[in-house]
Ligand binder design. Sequence first.
Ligand code: NAI
Ligand code: ENO
Length: 361
Amino acid sequence: MRTAVVIGTGLIGTSVALALTDRGVTVHLADHDPDRARTAAARGAGTDAPPEGPVDLCVVAVPPAHVAATLADAMRAGTARGYLDVASVKGGPLRELQALGADLSAYIGTHPMSGKEQSGPLAGSGDLFEGRPWVLTPTRDTHTEVLNLALELVALCRAVPVVMDADAHDRAVALVSHTPQLVSSMVAARLEEAEETAVRLCGQGIRDVTRIAASDPRMWVDILSANPGPVADVLAALAADLDETVSSLRALQSADDGKRREGVTGVEDVLRRGNTGRARVPGKHGTAPAAYETVAVLISDQPGELARIFADAGRAGVNVEDVRIEHATGQQAGVVQLMVAPSAAPLLAASLRERGWALRQ
Ligand SMILES: NC(=O)C1=CN([C@@H]2O[C@H](COP(=O)(O)OP(=O)(O)OC[C@H]3O[C@@H](n4cnc5c(N)ncnc54)[C@H](O)[C@@H]3O)[C@@H](O)[C@H]2O)C=CC1
Ligand SMILES: O=C(O)C(=O)Cc1ccc(O)cc1
């Protein structure tokens, strides 16, 4: 692929354009808000001048409700050899495109399973998709050349291609992305009117659970409006678990021993099922869940501390597989959790201690 057009230069469009430009593809940027295309161009994502002739690939990265019309317009203008979108839902845009009478052989629906709670061109980054799944939903009509262009795009973004049927994709993302967004928002909404004294106690658990509650509501209304049935199905199952857990907790308040035992069993059941589900969440790069060991190091909130700790881990010859940072409320300090292969943990701990770091058990 030598040339591409990216329509919609927000978080995802700009990230795709940055990755492609970085790998030598000439990228033309377009957005219905020209300021956004200009901002993406200023970040080195390509040029906001239109191409002189048809390009190899047209990437549509606009909100789901506008995907089909934007694709149909681009196809009518003869923009490219192949067309794809990156919307978070796949069944709706495909059916709308069909209804618009578009040539489906030149199109493939795709969805990078990677994002952020921020939107807009300033939030984009060329490494956003590295090691993450990128779903491709070819239909029987999709031309092989177009599938190959999409596979090339995924490879250039260093993502991992996953081929799925559009409706199966929508059911899957209802479970792993759309329902978690709503649940995160609902937990965070409990804080809206909470006492300041309670909010000050927020620790890492609630930070993890509410991270995506900071997402753009307009974008999510668009996504949920395009996938309401599958999301409602998952939420209904969750509501049944909620009802049962409420009953178990009420039973725990009872004076009756038998009822309290039932309550314990109910609460334990949901927590254990949670352990089982969590153990199925894939590790980095979509591999089997990794059993890393954590080395927790105390750091002070000073410039260069993180760089120093990574450099010291490197000197010990240990590969840091993942990292988490816990900030201590109201203190200029925190804990860095370095996740490493179990065989490397004792070496890393000893080496960091030797270099003066304080480790937390
Ligand atoms: N935000 C996320 O984490 C992820 C989003 N997606 C999908 O990527 C697509 C883009 O999302 P973001 O980049 O997050 O949104 P964004 O809000 O950062 O960017 C969307 C851009 O599209 C432009 N736009 C809107 N309507 C347009 C139209 N008719 N013609 C041209 N430009 C138009 C907007 O001006 C904006 O710059 C959506 O379909 C979304 O479902 C996919 C994976 C992750
Ligand atoms: O950051 C996360 O945890 C996400 O799950 C982000 C995300 C949001 C929307 C998508 O369509 C895909 C991924």
